[in-house]
Write a protein that binds this ligand. Structure first.
Ligand code: SAJ
Length: 428
């Protein structure tokens, strides 16, 4: 049975582009989101998130009536759930537990409109076992239908996990080109999911089971987290040993089997800094390395702040007529990574906020990708790059945006620079 109507639940950074890709292949797509603002924006043919090329695709899909957004699920042949999976709040030092509340709400909502022959796919990054849990929630609400945990290949409704793996900023291209891991709860569940994704995916659709698919996604992001932690740890070691970490990494990477990533102010975003915890909370005894990597990356912002304190002290020592209140600190970059406007879970933002709290003088911030600062750091003055270079006494390079990298005439005294990205030719 082919899929004529496809419903995507959760119209965020993954759900909306996915919905738009199906619609661009002339499928009828019903997007579902609890956020009325998002629904209204999409129905006007506009988008509420920043992602290159997406606005044109959504505009065309809505204008040609292939895509509509609603707040309550409607019947469809396939449902893709792409809602957030954050972790539950916990005390400092405790291992965060995944919060499946949004998956529960979404699956219970679509359960009401399910019919025999439907396919339900969980795309949200999930701890191992979440897809089976979702199938239980569906079965609870719909005892009149059978699910794979009850009837295997003969189930009325098929269920699979297919994690999203696209890179923010390149979502449209990666949705089409990346390989997909398809973890069905039965062989038939997997085969039907492959048929669905082949609507627009040009990469390979590789079949496995649901638990392995869940773990594959967590493994990818944990691997990157561990590799970044290695680079961040090196940067702290090199600082102590008076070695330029950027030169060191460039040299080591000349070895044919070495590829060290780049240190930075810490790891941001809502994926790499979150997903490893799903493994650690599930298997705390075994996940020693993954746990340590999280702690190393999470400790980096505090280390950067200490370097800023040292730079302030050095500046005051060289300028004894000045007091702390006279020192202006300029922070360059607030996003969680280069050349995007996304400030969510950004270590650069966290560092800037903490500097504002600890420093009695002026703190100025430069972020070329946004016009207005979020209210939580409204104390920071957002100013143009060139002005910050002139006004700042201590310069804190936090994100290697292209505007900063292209700047070749940086002639300030290197004594008062904390460069977490190594682009202004000085050590951290
Ligand atoms: N970072 C470094 N040094 C590096 C590379 C990255 O400090 O050498 C930092 C970045 O500045 C940023 C953080 O790591 O703060 C994460 O950035 P990222 O570009 O590594 O990854 P994300 O979070 O934008 O997207 C990741 C991707 N996963 C992998 O590359 C394994 C993407 O493919 C996933 O789809 C996405 O997570 C997700 O949604 O899970």
């Amino acid at each position: 049975m082919s899929f004529e109507t496809i419903s995507v639940v959760g119209l965020g950074y993954i759900g909306l582009p996915t919905a738009a890709m199906f619609a661009s292949r002339k499928k009828q797509v019903i997007g579902v989101d609890v956020n009325q603002h998002a629904v209204d924006t999409i129905n006007r043919g506009e988008i509420h998130i920043v992602e290159p090329e997406l606005d044109m695709i959504v505009h065309a899909a809505v204008t040609e009536s292939y895509l509509k957004a609603v707040t309550l699920p409607e019947p469809a042949d396939a449902f893709l759930i792409a809602v957030p999976t954050p972790f539950k709040p916990c005390a400092e030092g405790e291992i965060p537990e995944p919060d499946l509340r949004y998956i529960e709400v979404a699956s219970k909502a679509i359960a009401l409109v399910l019919k025999k022959g439907d396919l339900v796919i969980l795309e949200s990054t999930s701890p191992v076992g979440a897809t089976e849990q979702m199938a239980e929630w569906l079965a609870e609400i719909r005892p009149d239908l059978s699910f794979p945990q009850q009837r295997g290949e003969n189930a009325d409704v098929n269920v699979a996990h297919c994690p999203e793996r696209v890179l923010p900023g390149h979502v449209v291209r990666e949705l089409v080109e990346n390989d997909r891991v398809i973890g069905g709860m039965s062989k038939r569940c997997s085969e039907r999911s492959v048929e669905l994704y082949k609507t627009f995916v040009q990469g390979d659709c590789v079949i496995t089971n649901a638990r392995t698919a869940e773990m594959a996604k967590l493994t990818e992001n944990s691997c990157r987290d561990v590799q970044i932690a290695f680079a961040n740890e090196l940067s702290m070691i090199c600082d102590k040993l008076d070695i330029d970490v950027w030169e060191l990494i460039a040299l080591a990477n000349r070895h044919p089997r070495i590829n060290i990533l780049q240190p930075g102010p810490g790891v941001g975003g809502h994926c790499i800094a979150v997903d490893p915890w799903f493994i650690v909370s599930n298997t705390p005894e075994e996940a020693q390395l993954i746990h340590t990597a999280r702690k190393v990356n999470d400790s980096k912002p505090e280390w950067v702040i200490n370097k800023v304190k040292i730079a302030i002290a050095d500046f005051l020592q060289a300028n004894p007529e000045k007091s702390v209140k006279d020192v202006t600190i300029a922070c360059y970059g607030l996003a969680f990574k280069p050349d995007i406007d996304d400030l969510r879970e950004s270590p650069a933002l966290e560092i800037t906020k903490k500097i504002t709290e600890m420093h009695s003088g002026r703190v100025i911030g430069v972020e070329p990708n946004i016009d207005k600062l979020p209210s939580k750091i409204s104390d920071v003055e957002l100013i143009p790059f060139e002005t910050a270079l002139l006004k700042g006494n201590v310069h804190v390079m936090l994100v290697d945006h292209k505007e900063f990298k292209e700047f070749k005439e940086f002639e300030l005294s290197s004594s008062y620079i904390v460069d977490t990205k190594g682009i202004w030719g000085c050590d951290e």
